[in-house]
Structure formats: C-alpha cells, structure tokens
Ligand binder design. Sequence first.
Ligand code: MN
Ligand code: MN
Length: 297
Amino acid sequence: MEYDYEKLKMTGKVSSEALEYAKSVIKPGRKLLDVANEIEKFIEDKGCKQSFPVNLSSNAEAAHYTPEFTDQRVVGEKDVIKVDLGARDGTYLTDCARTVCLDGEYSKLVEASEKALENAISMVKAGRRVNEIGAEIERTAKAGGFNVIKNLGGHGIEQYELHANIFIPNFGNGDNTELEEDSVIAIEPFLTTGVGHVVEGESLQIFQGVSDRNPRSADARDALSHITSEFSTYPFAMRWLIKKMGSQEFKARRAIAELITIGDLEPFPVLVEKSGGTVAQSEKTLIVTKDSCDIVT
Ligand code: MN
Ligand code: MN
C-alpha cells in the first residue's frame, strides 16, 4: 500500500497542537500526572492515539519519565520540563518535543536547543550525511556554551516503528549515512549544562511489547493479552496498563516484571544526565525532500 503522507501530516498537526497545549497546562504546583493525562486526552479528543506515553522529564532527566499511576510529583517553580509526545493514526507515527522552562534561569539553554534544531533542519535534504547534521547541532550547542548529549539522537520513523533504521547523531560522529528522499525522520538535539552523557535512572514506567511468549502466571497472561490488544507493539505506560487491568497496581507491576524476564517486553527506564546537568530538548518530525524537507510537527 502507498505511504499516506497526508495521514502523517494530520497526526503531525495534532502533535504540534498538543505541544502548544502542553505549555498552557504546565504550571508550578500542578501534578505531573494530571498534566500528562490532560495532554494525552487532548490528543485522543482530536481522534488520534499516542505514538508513546507523554514524557515529562524534568531538569537532569533527559527522557522517558512518564508519571506513575499514583504519581504525586508536582511541577516545581524552576523546573525545566521536556514535553515529548506523538499523535498516531493507525500505523502512522509522529514524534516531537519542546522544553518548557518556568523560570528564566535556563532560557538560554532552551533557546540553544531550539536554535540547534532549526539549524539542523535547514541542512536537511536528500543525500545529506547524518554526520554533517550532528556536527551542526554540536556547533550550535558549543556556540551557546553548552554540551550535546552524545548518546541520544534522532532517528528514522516508519509505519509501526518509532525508531527505525537511521540514527541522527547530535555531534559529528563520522557516520556518512545519507538521508533518503521521501523518508520520515525525527531530529532531536539534547543540550545540557552537564558533561553530555545519559545513564539509566530509577523510574521505569514505559514498556514496549516485543514478543508474545506465553508467561507462566495468570496475571502475566492477563497483562499480555491487554498489552497485545490495547497497545500492540507501540510503547505504553504502566499507568495505562493498570487502568486496563482494573486498577490492580501490584498485579500489573508483578506481571510486567515477569514479562520483562521472559523477554516479552522491552523496558525504557528514565535517562538522566550523568553529571546532574540540566537538559533541554527540541524535536520535530519531518519528511526529507530532494532539496530540503517538509516539517510535519
Ligand atoms: Mn524521537
Ligand atoms: Mn521524542
């Protein structure tokens, strides 16, 4: 079947509207859980599903923080929050992010990440080497006095698959892979006041079904059938599964642990800047054209 670029663009429009909306609901003192639920509802009300759970990673957290089922965390006065989300229609996925900075303290960092994305996008065209894009992102970061996070980067997006075939570095990594005309990619500079490396942290709330080997326990089998029917092979949040399983949090947790052990689920723990540096991220999905690109989100 022909790739439906119009469908992709529709989800892209919903995604960018959701990012705008996110900015209006992130306020000091508000619960991150309420904010995440409201943003996900916004996307659903527009007739879309989620490409993945809304990520609301704060300060030194770079990615993969999504609230727990009973998360009590609130937005702090000076928080730097990366809102990373994507609307999905069927198998068409988008992925975009902005950083909401509530206090002026990190506005230079946030602006530098936006500038890095803008500069990177201006270089996109068929045949462009990913290494050149990475080098431009790093050059922009350094000009602002910041480091890039080297072990995070952009990626290709295909139907069904959020992270497909191509990796777009945030620094000149020597990779001469060329962008292909008509391919869908996400570019996502991560800039930091720290050393520029992320490691796995404690919070683990996002998972993706990767296999359907039959688990031993009845609870894990129950969880797996919900995951397969509700989330298919797209990333999901623990809080989504707990709701589907009738709000039995401990059962869902135990089931997920079993499904990870037997290799049915891939876990995505929160990624934290190693030296505790504050992180800003900007991301857009785009379609590579012969001479430039079509911005989707
Ligand atoms: Mn991405
Ligand atoms: Mn993203």
